[in-house]
Design a protein around this ligand. Structure first.
Ligand SMILES: [Zn+2]
Length: 390
């Protein structure tokens, strides 16, 4: 593979304190970067840049690590635009709407589901995402969960089995029987295509004991746990996530002081999904409380057709800054290195020596523009392993 010199970078974010200005973002001004065999091999002042086989002159633009979207639900078909519009007219959100997407997804052939994932991943890439986690959870039968995960696996190694999304209507009178299925035959069918196991621990979905049973069975099958926790009201999700050693507790909208202490103590990343609060017109999570307590915070889209139908990490950054009072620096870190931490990855989300050369070139001189110019398509180019993918 040939080497590539990315020259004339006005502002380079490395997320490495050892490089650049010593901040968490590791910002280098008037910088250059060299990619060799898909990895970053050199970072420094542009005047000192070594020669390479190819040269990309970004003319003073900002260059950032590709976004790591650590929470999405892309394997489905249909949309729920009418539900959104009626919610905006005053109807509250509940977990039940998931059943509509489950029915549509079960009836869709593989190629239709795969085409929908491809379309959404292309949207993500065009907006600077270079690593995405994709969950199942709209099949909820043994064969449908297995095929949804096999489809997700075509797009990313970060696949998550979410058979415990809701209890499907055919098990409404037998939730215990459904948990037995999820932890038995469904897990067996899902495991070959899944890296992670997740559960929607929430009133109306799964309680603490059921969540623990699902996550423990997943761990025994070689999957790593993550949890949908404390989204709609206070509940046991964060406690479960910390007890089971989850990589991440996602949503964290309703937390007690004990939950915050628990997250920090257990080293569980709090993944905030402000697109969900926006799309359900709900109160945002208290990001400042988590940050000030020293909890690692990630930002992700939660892309799904019910409660957050966005693929845009830049928009989530803008929301986090404006609505959750995160600084632009904190929001950018959370959308890159934070997402990587939530997936226990140290090769992405940073641009230090040896990192995967996943980066974006902005049509702007600074990362600040991501929040300063909300809704504007500022990602000019996206590179993965040093190759231009958008
Ligand atoms: Zn979710």
């Amino acid at each position: 593979m040939t080497s590539l010199l990315v020259a004339n970078i006005g502002e380079l974010v490395t997320n490495s304190r050892a490089l650049g200005d010593g901040s968490a973002l590791g910002v280098c001004r008037d910088a250059a970067l060299v990619v060799d065999s898909g990895r970053v091999s050199w970072v420094g002042p542009r005047a000192d840049a070594p020669a390479a086989d190819a040269r990309l002159d970004v003319a003073g633009a900002a260059v950032l690590p590709g976004f790591v979207d650590s929470h999405s639900h892309l394997v489905f078909t249909g949309d729920r635009a009418r539900e959104f519009s009626s919610r905006m007219s005053g109807r509250p959100y509940s977990a039940g709407g998931i059943q509509i997407t489950v029915a549509a997804t079960r009836n869709a052939p593989d190629d239709v589901l795969a085409a929908n994932v491809a379309r959404l991943v292309a949207e993500m890439v065009a907006q600077g995402t270079t690593t995405v986690e994709i969950k199942s959870g709209y099949g909820l039968t043994v064969p449908d969960e297995a095929r949804c995960l096999a489809i997700a696996r075509q797009f990313t190694p970060e696949t998550t089995f979410l058979g415990a999304h809701v209890v499907p209507s055919e098990f409404a009178d037998d939730p215990a029987g459904y948990v037995e299925l999820v932890t038995g035959a469904m897990l067996t069918g899902a495991a070959p295509s899944a890296k992670w196991i997740d559960v929607f621990c929430e009133e109306g979905a799964f309680d603490a004991d059921q969540a623990m049973a699902v996550l423990s069975a997943g761990k025994a099958a070689g999957l790593q746990p993550r949890v949908h926790a404390n989204q709609l009201r206070h509940g046991p999700g964060v406690t479960v996530a910390c007890e089971v050693g989850a990589a991440s507790a996602d949503h964290c909208t309703h937390l007690t002081d004990a939950d915050v202490d628990n997250l920090r103590g257990a080293g569980v990343v709090a993944t905030l999904l402000p697109g969900a609060e926006f799309s359900t017109r709900s109160a945002y999570p208290d990001a400042r409380r988590l940050l000030e307590a020293g909890v690692a915070v990630a930002l992700a889209t939660d892309c799904n057709p019910g409660s957050s139908y966005t693929t845009s990490m830049p928009w989530c950054i803008a929301l986090a800054v404006r609505e959750m009072h995160m600084s632009v620096e904190e929001a950018l870190w959370s959308a890159t290195a934070g997402g990587a931490a939530a997936l226990r990855r140290d090769d992405v989300g940073t641009l230090s020596i040896g990192s995967r050369a996943d980066f974006t070139v902005l049509a702007a001189p600074s990362y600040v523009h991501l929040a300063y110019r909300p809704g504007v398509p500022l990602v000019a180019e996206t590179y993965q392993r040093g190759q231009r993918i958008a």
